[in-house]
Design a protein around this ligand. Structure first.
Ligand SMILES: NC(=O)C1=CN([C@@H]2O[C@H](COP(=O)(O)OP(=O)(O)OC[C@H]3O[C@@H](n4cnc5c(N)ncnc54)[C@H](O)[C@@H]3O)[C@@H](O)[C@H]2O)C=CC1
Ligand SMILES: O=C1[C@@H](O)[C@H](O)[C@@H](O)[C@H](O)[C@H]1O
Length: 337
């Protein structure tokens, strides 16, 4: 069986996912698209040679009986409405982060999914599919370097546009570390503090950049993440776990090392599209394979989306208060065990 997708939002990542479902992965087909910018939706159909209906909005797209699964790649604030409509129609949903922009919004999705009675939703936390993070988790789960004590991370983007605000360093960027780090060490966040070091002169006036976010976990581990979104030199993701008997480090992306004219070096990636290309492929392939095999997606859940939202809310409070803020989440329902 082919999973027939309806896509809501045909911007940057919407096009990336349409391309991979159409040209790289197996078992999926795009049969419907919509975007508030209807011209962009029509262009995508033409560019990728899709046999797909262009709908005026998410409601009409979700109502199409040819659509088995909805791919939500619109702007964050629009996600909750589309996901709730899809659940109401009993359709599978792959939703890009954030699942919803508020803790309450994520909880509404969790409750709707539980009421439906089986899992329909997967959230696009692709780092759990990245081979580097998978190797790191495997080494941690096998206790290769002993108990983890501290984690040092960096999430660096070369630049961001003028719409990017100080809180987006948390909700748009850090959210990937929020999801992947507690999964990596099987722990829960307890509190968070945000520090603003010396500001880069390359950031626009309204943006505090870089930032350092320091978490404490329930077992007492300390996690420090530098978010620096005007670093200019490249797209750079770092993660090192300090354990009782050694350290474990996320491998850098490999590339050809050139030695020439007295210098040695390799090319750095400049954006997320290529850095996590294999992980995006794997997460969507897994989404399609698991709904075909077991009738439920097996990747990051709506509950993971909720945990990311409650944690991000506390980080934004910590940005504003300058104090250490407690991270309080509801107890995990058995449905997501
Ligand atoms: N997992 C990852 O690494 C990444 C995830 N994202 C997430 O994907 C989402 C989209 O990001 P981008 O593609 O970079 O943004 P974008 O601005 O390039 O595209 C968003 C598209 O959604 C459309 N749109 C907005 N509201 C809509 C609505 N109510 N109904 C239909 N269409 C609507 C816009 O017209 C635009 O074409 C965001 O939530 C973002 O956080 C983005 C980049 C990487
Ligand atoms: O999700 C992403 C973007 O939305 C975000 O703006 C970037 O900072 C992240 O590196 C990227 O993975």
């Amino acid at each position: 069986m082919t999973v027939r997708f309806g896509v809501i939002g045909t911007g940057a990542i919407g096009r990336e996912h349409i391309n991979r479902i159409t040209n790289t992965l197996s078992g999926g087909r795009i049969v419907a698209v919509t975007d508030v910018n209807q011209k962009a939706a029509r262009e995508v159909v033409e560019t990728f040679g899709l046999d797909a209906v262009v709908y005026p909005d998410d409601t009409s797209l979700i109502a199409d009986t040819n659509v088995d699964a909805v791919l939500v790649t619109s702007w964050g604030p629009a996600h909750e409405g589309s996901v709730l409509k899809a659940i109401d129609a009993g359709k599978y949903v792959f939703c890009e982060k954030p699942l919803a922009t508020t803790e309450e919004g994520c909880m509404r999705i969790v409750e709707a999914e539980m009421k439906h009675g089986k899992r329909l939703v997967q959230v696009g936390f692709m780092r759990r599919y990245d081979s580097g993070y998978v190797q790191l988790k495997d080494a941690l789960d096998r206790n290769e370097a002993g108990e983890p004590l501290m984690i040092y991370c960096a999430h660096r983007n070369p630049d961001v546009d003028e719409k990017y605000t100080t809180d987006m360093a948390i909700t748009d960027t850090l959210v990937h570390e929020i999801d992947v780090l507690h999964w990596l060490v099987n722990d829960d966040y307890q509190s968070v503090q945000v520090i603003f070091p010396k500001r880069t002169k390359r950031a626009l006036d309204h943006l505090r950049d870089p930032q350092v976010i320091i978490f404490e976990t329930k077992t007492g581990m300390h996690i420090s993440v530098e978010v620096f979104v005007n670093c200019k030199f490249g797209y750079d993701i770092q993660c090192e776990v300090v354990c009782e008997e050694g350290t474990l480090k996320l491998p850098d992306v490999s590339g050809v090392v050139m030695k020439k004219e007295g210098r040695q070096g390799s090319t750095l990636l400049m954006d997320w599209k290529r850095r996590f290309i294999d992980a995006y492929d794997k997460e969507l392939q897994d989404f399609m394979d698991s709904i075909q095999a077991s009738g439920e997606p097996q990747g990051p859940t709506a509950w993971d989306g909720y945990i990311a939202a409650t944690t991000a809310d506390a980080c934004v409070r910590a940005q504003q208060s300058g104090q250490r803020e407690t991270i309080a989440s509801a107890d995990k329902p058995d449905f997501y065990a």
